[in-house]
Design a protein around this ligand. Structure first.
Ligand SMILES: Cc1ncc(COP(=O)(O)O)c(C=O)c1O
Length: 316
């Protein structure tokens, strides 16, 4: 994948893993963050886009000049726009103004067409997600159009498995917990599969926003953490292998984003803030020397217009 011939696509994956040193108490377990913001379009969704579109091309399901369609909060969309551009495909995103404007601009920068469903100021709601889904599905019926299907394609899990193998290579066998918030559930399950492929068994803990506690209560709600808490059963999440699900207050996640930037120099998006709050909570329940791994899903650069980095700034 990393031959000079693969161009920008060769930059996907092989991201660093960083130990959080300043914001984790000394008497807690180690917390490690897989830094996926380092992918070219700024998130771990680059891995999904590459896997889905390359496998579709290899199967003969798409060819250059065809159109790819997906409904997206903008992370998968940015990655699909990037990989589509590199593979000579057109990309149409069904998006909403409930998500970061900068994600729309990123998709457009890669030449995508972006259709914006209005959220009417209600945030990310299950009804909005359903409207986006219906629109994308109807567009996918057009000729020479391929539905990327980030919520159903088996290529999603295949795309994330290398992330688990990279973590195993970097940290060795002694990983106690893999934990992460879930949207489709693809990242957590694919990464876990990669760890299993490397002979590593860890506990697996899923997080969701307290404001949209579908996994723990069966009912979603409006919230502001992009990419997760979708209000329906995450299609890739295998609950039978989960050790637990925890709800995390989104406001603690936003505050954690600012702490990560100011105290660790790690600039990430809102789901990462939630992941780190949850990972530290787990680490405090464990012993020093144990290892908790979580994911830095995407870059904070995508959220500069969302006020997360401006609200309640830590006083100096
Ligand atoms: C920023 C961000 N974080 C977390 C997730 C959740 O990842 P997954 O869908 O693999 O569960 C997504 C998915 O869109 C995302 O965009």
């Amino acid at each position: 994948m990393n031959s000079p011939d693969s161009g920008a696509l060769g930059l996907i994956g092989n991201t660093p893993i960083i130990r959080l040193r300043k914001i984790v108490p000394d008497d807690a377990a180690e917390v490690w963050l897989k830094f996926e913001a380092g992918n070219p379009a700024g998130s771990y969704k680059d891995r999904v886009a590459l896997s889905v579109l390359r496998n579709a091309r290899n199967r003969g399901d798409i060819s250059p000049g065809n159109t790819v369609v997906e409904y997206t909060g903008g992370s998968t969309g940015s990655s699909l726009a990037f990989v589509s551009a590199a593979l000579g495909l057109k990309f149409v995103a069904v998006f909403s103004d409930a998500f970061s404007k900068s994600k729309q601009q990123t998709m457009e920068a890669f030449g995508a067409e972006v259709i914006v469903e209005k959220s009417h100021g209600e945030g990310i709601t299950p009804a909005l997600i359903q409207r986006m889904k219906d629109r994308a599905f109807s567009l996918s019926q057009n000729p020479d159009t391929y539905y990327a299907d980030q919520f159903g394609s088996p290529d999603v899990i295949l795309g994330y498995a290398p992330m688990g193998r990279e973590i195993a290579e970097a940290l060795g066998r002694n990983i106690d917990i893999l934990c992460s918030s879930v949207g489709t559930g693809g990242a957590i399950m694919g990464t876990w599969q990669g760890l299993v492929d490397s002979g590593i068994k860890t506990d697996l803990v899923a997080f969701e926003p307290e404001q949209s506690p579908f996994l723990t209560t069966g009912k979603g709600g409006p919230h502001k953490v992009e990419g997760i808490g979708v209000g329906f059963e995450p299609p890739f999440l295998d609950r039978s292998v989960l050790s637990g699900v925890r709800t995390i207050d989104q406001d603690l996640g936003f505050a954690m984003c600012r702490r990560l930037a100011e105290q660790e120099g790690i600039f990430c998006g809102t789901s990462t803030g939630l992941n780190v709050v949850g990972a530290i909570e787990l680490a405090k329940e464990m012993k020093p020397g144990n290892k908790v791994v979580t994911l830095a899903c995407d870059s904070g650069l995508k959220y500069l217009d969302s006020q997360i980095y401006a609200l309640n700034k830590t006083p100096h």
